[in-house]
Design a protein around this ligand. Structure first.
Ligand code: CP3
Length: 354
């Protein structure tokens, strides 16, 4: 009913045949684009961009105007959720995210609640505005952080090298960590369902830090809560399937268990051999990835060769969405991004006709 005109991305996630391999890039709207830096300078802070639906729409569309990408992703951040829980998010220039009130005491953890979704209304407005601006040309991806990844920022109070606060809690008071994760999972389920209601046509869960855990801890503290979310998501909207993508960075060892959650597709970081991932789970879920983002720092010829290597490993099997294995660097030259996108399209068409 409301299928986008270019539905290649949605078809590939659902493992349906496509004429070519669709491509989008994690963090495709961002500082590597001069037009993003100009809008950001004009808007003020990064969160000012996120709070204003007109700005969020403008930057979402910027990479699509420059490159023939096959999907748009909501311009926002995973940390909107703990901000709505009252932790006080700010982005210090050049330093990354900071929370004014990290969860460091039992009392603070006991006081944590699922926030009123109205506090996240600005995100849902952005979803609606972006859908309108896309005019059904391309599908829109919504997203959230995983409960565990959100908990890392909520407990550490920002980025971390050693995750000592969350690991301390995990190994001394796992009950308290489970309380946070349960609230996060219930919040993320509502948050993603609202994004779907407002027009997100696929959703992705970013588990950026699940890979810092042992296998046992990953199952108990990250995977179990992602499974709970997948079970609670609205999987159809306006008569169309809304695919769910799970991405655990560093999760290459757990692909089979991730596929067992009932998700539609898995994101792969660049350390995973995509042919092996196909052999393990490719008959059950779509696969999204997995160029090393560092390849964009090399020559255009190198970008094209590395892109072809991944496409050749997949061959003509359905179910592949091309992406980076993690977010694009702010230092990536955009000429290399063009080579990447053009190579994905031309080489995947060539493979299908040979
Ligand atoms: O992919 C997209 O284009 C959509 C937008 C998007 C952003 N963040 C915009 C952003 C998405 C999907 C995210 C997710 C996100 N945010 C994750 C999970 C994915 C991942 O990268 O692992 C995480 C861990 C965050 C938290 C976060 N947000 C950090 C650590 C930082 C600072 C890092 C940095 O690059 O400075 C951000 C800020 C942020 N989020 C920027 C953008 C474009 C840079 C903000 C700016 O200075 O303009």
């Amino acid at each position: 009913m409301t299928r986008p005109i270019n539905d290649t991305f949605l078809r590939a996630l659902m493992r349906e045949p496509t004429d070519y391999t669709p491509v989008w890039l994690m963090r495709q709207a961002g500082r590597y684009l001069p037009e993003y830096r100009a809008t950001r300078a004009h808007a003020g802070s990064f969160m000012d961009l996120c709070h204003n639906a007109a700005f969020a729409t403008e930057v979402t569309l910027q990479p699509l105007a420059r490159f023939p990408l096959d999907a748009a992703i909501l311009f926002s951040d995973i940390l909107t959720v703990p901000d709505a829980m009252g932790l006080g998010l700010s982005f210090a220039e050049g330093e990354g995210p900071r929370f004014a009130s990290p969860l460091r005491t039992e009392a603070a953890i006991k006081a944590l609640e699922v926030p009123d979704m109205e506090k996240l209304g600005y995100v849902f407005n952005a979803v609606s505005e972006i859908r309108k601006a896309l005019k059904n040309k391309l599908p829109l991806i919504g997203f959230s952080g995983s409960p565990f990844t959100l908990a890392c920022y909520m407990i550490e109070g920002g980025g971390s090298d050693d995750f000592r606060h969350i690991k301390g809690l995990l190994f001394s008071r796992p009950d308290l960590l489970h309380r946070i994760l349960d609230i996060n999972a219930r919040t993320v389920t509502e948050y993603l369902n609202q994004q779907i209601e407002h027009g997100a046509q696929a959703v992705m869960i970013f588990d950026t830090w699940g890979g810092i855990l042992s296998g046992a801890a990953y199952r108990e503290f990250s995977l179990a809560y992602m499974r709970q979310i997948v079970a609670g998501l609205k999987r159809e909207h306006e008569g169309e399937r809304v695919p769910v993508v799970l991405f655990t960075k560093g999760g290459g060892q757990w692909l089979t268990e991730m596929a067992d959650t009932g998700c539609d597709a898995l994101g792969l970081d660049w350390t995973v051999d995509i042919a092996q991932a196909y052999a393990l789970v490719g008959s059950r879920v779509g696969l999204q990835g997995n160029l090393d983002p560092g390849a964009l720092m090399g020559s255009p010829e190198g970008v094209a060769a590395e892109t072809r290597r991944i496409l050749d490993a997949v061959g003509t099997r359905p179910g592949h969405v091309f992406n980076l294995g993690h977010g694009i660097s702010q230092h990536a030259p955009h000429d290399n991004v063009r080579v990447l996108v053009d190579t994905v399209h031309s080489h995947s068409r060539a493979l299908r006709s040979s």
